[in-house]
Design a protein around this ligand. Sequence first.
Ligand code: GLA
Length: 730
Amino acid sequence: MNKYINFEEKHGIFHLKTENTSYALKIHDSGHLQHLYYGALIKVINDSIIPFNQEFNQSVKHHDTKLNFSLEELTLEYPGYGFSDFRESAYELELKNGISQMEFTYSRHEIYSGKKSLEGLPAVYYESGDNTESLEITCTSNNGVELILKYTAFYDFDIITRSVLVRNNSVNPVNLTKLASCSIDFYNSDYSFLSLTGKWGREKHVKRQDLTAGKYSIESRRGISGHHHNPFLAVFEKNCSEDSGNVFGFNLVYSGNFLSSLEVSQTEMLRVQLGINPFKFRWKLNPGETFQSPEAVLTFSTLGFNGISQNFHKVFRKRLCRGKFRDAERPVIYNNWEATYFDFDDAKLENLAEKAAELGVEIFVLDDGWFGKRNDDRSSLGDWFVNTGKLQKGLSGFAEKLSIRNMKLGLWFEPEMISEKSDLFSAHPDWIFQVPGTKPCEGRYQFVLDFSRKEVTDYVYERVSDILRNNPISYIKWDMNRALTDVFSRELGSENQGELFHRYVLGLYSVLEKLNCDFPDILFESCSSGGGRLDPGMLYYMPQTWTSDNTDAGERMLIQYGTSYAYPQSSFTSHVSESPNHQINRITKISDRINTAFLSNFGLELNLMKLSEAESMDLKKTIIKYKKSRKTVQYGDFYRILNPFESNYSSWLIINNVKDEFIVFTAQLKTESDYRKIRLKLKGLDSGRKYMELNSGKIYHADMLQNAGLPVDFDKGDFSSKLFFFEAVD
Ligand code: GLA
């Protein structure tokens, strides 16, 4: 007997349950799958949930004449185009004979405990003991093609995952030109949506839009998820707040071109879809072959945006991130990039290391410039050999110096790229993406390696793993600094070029999988000119990401707030950098830079040799405090409090799961002459308990902090911030 996925045979209704949510669909009398419901838990679902058809004049009737209905009148589970539905289809297939309209109807299903992994793709996983069940529904067409709709209900996480597998059982090849990972129809469209948008240095800014007639799309055509958009989408009822109201959350476990789209139909029903972007996508499926879509992750909460964020945080932290670092306290790192850029040698690094050790840093991450002849960004990507001119004692020599000071070595790589000026390019000029007969476009003076080719990914694996085997490296920063262009592979036939964007991602995932398996003791940080590829796909291989190249505290007050909608604080990193800031020249106090970086994976990225005595002392004390509270910081529950996109303040709070320790960050963006004092209403505390604020020693009742608010008196000056540490005293 299944506990979380139930099939009621009489009406053909499937009901997937999580602790607080229900998801229901039905086999319609025509054999199509009809979507019935997604939302707050309904303990028992029966046929009374079946909605009226949205009938309207002039509808074209489905060819199943005895039923007298139109597909356009229904909320559908995985719709195709044509045969009476004119909304966006979830799939597009082309047969050899030119037929491109195909309908799929229910054939069989299977419900089982746990979850199977998706071959070659990252996905939310199941651990034994979890209350998790899966459903696979096979739908067939009369052309020998099958669609297998996969669902998993993660009861303990309030998460439903969905993906689709296509199998070509026919005797001819089939071209797949669209395959959404999920499609979901809402019975009405009285919703708004929230997405994370931006650009380099300004990632994850929060945008809300009302839905009216028409279509909306959030997408990437850059080969990476991108700085400009992120696959994450929240659909919410009007008047929702951070803490109340019905919100649906969607994300895609994928790192390449994606499309997250919304469509309001003529009868004001809403269709939401997420998947690989159909733009330039064309996958040839030979007889007997299958194609697996990436996985969509869905959640729902009645507790507003914080509700869905906490659901995503929990499942990404515990069932997407893997390996020994999943639950481990993450180290305090020092990164030399903004201190030295390419200009370093043994002596300079050792001086920085000595100072970093004094401050309490645990890992020294040596950034760009340690390999080939790389003294600026114009050369050497691909030549992953230590530059012993710069590092005369090699990486091992430097690691030894670190080890004496109780620090470990981390290393920067950008393995997906190649510089024109490199030995690798001289040897293999044909390994890049290039449209025959045209000069490839350069981005940051570099070309993109064709990761669809095994010899290329083998080379990359061999080089990276050779460095890792021969040097004591504990941390990798895996960078990727340009979008894909010239997307043509010399190795693929003309019929397969439309597969290349996706094959690139699969090639990348295969290298990362192998590195994860072979080097389980290395902590990976992903980076794509900052947060250009912070997506659930990357989190499966690398549990943390460099959030943004913009290290200015003021900008980070927005970027980190936005990032927290979709991603847990353990997945993003923040460094205290220099002032004036290198990206935007803003001057901020060191305390504001510390406060803003504190509630995530904390690090330093500034010239330590220029620190004043007082600044060194501040950083030293901060790192001691951070180490003491980092378990709460990295793995506690995150609450957004004040929204910097809608007010002059930014604020968030993290509380541990037993609710006896929490930390609050708050900042006033622009100083105002007489309005520097606020009362900050805290959230998520154990009401009834008393807490002491550790800086002042004052004791507060939780109710008072949550209802009347913590009095905050900001210092004068823009981006003035405060960090408050609380502990329960009873
Ligand atoms: C990218 C990263 C930076 C730094 C440089 C090195 O821009 O985002 O943090 O590593 O590359 O070239």
